[in-house]
Design a protein around this ligand. Structure first.
Ligand code: ZN
Length: 378
């Protein structure tokens, strides 16, 4: 069974499935899930996201009458994710170093499928299961944001999209994205610098007054992109920058984002020049978008207890964690589903060094089996 698990993983990572191009991967999963006796449907999320296939929803009817358990992973990978050539070395699987491996999130998919296969082979009478394989998670949780929630029958479950086996992520921050355009005034830098207002200078001054990085235990802020200026001999008129604020606390998220935008407004307001009778005032235009809401699952909730008990059953240390990233689970939470994030064993994801230990995949599979058993019992 260990060989089957590894072979399956190898065969899936060889299927290209960069975000928006999940069709081949979705077709393969549809075939495999149908063969296992599931009912498989696709929604039409791709019509809104611009991808080539929708989210896949597979239902195993189960042998007892109960609300289904939600098990989720994402079909897409980050780039470079084409022609992945997996290599097994010292009990670990790597790519050949020219691409990512795609264990994020194919390890999750393989572990869900293998766990269900083994339970079927054991003739275990499990509760109904809803397997949801989302598209375009890596480019802004687009599959989850556009999922047809009318097709989902479960209310609690797990997204397999983290690292350590036994660890249950119950909290994740919400995220705001801000974009700022600074407008100054252009002028020749040698002939008449007095007639210019440098947008770069305004940005530099505002940024130097901002607190970035970790703000407090719940909140972080970052400016991630900046561009502007045309030539060395022109005082730069325009500058664009964008960044993000994350917080587990909605008030802090809102206040911190506004504080950043206000700092740019305040700084720009100081810069004006008069040429003849005309006054030139620098200004900013800003936009704040909420990218995803926070995930908040109570430690006492059934779903957390199930995962911790299941981890204990297989002899790994059960822990709960507060995550710093966003995932499909944040969007599910906004839509009334309580989905905790659990580890698959994937390591160094989003890099050419991405790898996974075979033993971890096996343990994650056993964990999922125990989770299904515990859920069935409750
Ligand atoms: Zn992932």
């Amino acid at each position: 069974m260990l060989n089957r698990l590894v072979d399956y993983f190898i065969s899936l990572v060889k299927i290209d499935s960069e975000s928006k191009n999940e069709l081949a991967m979705a077709e393969r999963m549809c075939d495999d899930l149908l063969k296992m006796g599931a009912e498989v449907i696709f929604d039409e999320a791709h019509k809104k996201t611009g991808g080539n296939v929708g989210n896949l929803i597979a239902r195993f009817s189960g042998k007892i009458d109960k609300e289904p358990l939600f098990l989720c992973a994402h079909l897409d990978t980050v780039k470079p994710g084409k022609n992945i050539r997996p290599i097994i070395k010292d009990g670990k699987i790597f790519s050949d170093g020219t691409t990512i491996l795609g264990s994020d999130d194919k390890a999750g998919i393989v572990e869900i499928i293998e766990a269900i296969r083994r339970l079927q082979e054991q003739d275990f009478a499990f509760a109904p299961i809803e397997v949801v394989l989302t598209i375009s998670e890596e480019i802004g949780l687009l599959g989850a944001k556009n999922l047809d929630y009318s097709l989902i029958k479960s209310k609690i479950g797990f997204a397999l999209d983290s690292h350590r086996i036994g660890s249950v992520i119950t909290h994740a921050p919400s995220l705001n994205i801000f974009e700022i355009n600074i407008t100054g005034k252009e002028a020749h830098s040698g002939a008449c610098p007095e007639r210019g207002i440098s947008a770069i200078r305004i940005a530099a001054e505002a940024i130097s007054n901002l607190k970035l990085g970790r703000i407090d235990a719940e909140t972080t802020a970052n400016i991630g992109k900046i561009s502007g200026g045309v030539a060395n001999n022109i005082i730069p008129k325009n500058l664009f920058l964008s960044g993000e604020v994350r917080s587990h606390n909605e008030d802090k998220l809102k206040n911190r984002t506004q504080k950043i935008v206000k700092e740019f407004e305040k700084t720009a307001a100081k810069y004006k020049i008069k040429i003849g009778t005309k006054t030139y005032q620098s200004n900013i235009q800003s936009q704040i978008d909420k990218d995803f809401p926070a995930l908040k699952i109570d430690k006492d909730e059934e779903i957390v207890k199930i995962a911790l008990k299941a981890a204990e059953n297989i002899g790994v240390e059960p822990t709960t964690e507060i995550g710093g990233g966003g995932s499909d689970a944040n969007i599910f939470y906004e839509n009334g589903l309580h989905i905790a994030i659990i580890g698959t064993g994937m390591k160094d994801v989003h890099s050419l060094q991405e790898n996974i230990q075979i033993e971890d995949m096996e343990n994650a599979t056993r964990w999922i089996m125990e989770i299904i058993k515990e859920y069935t019992k409750k």
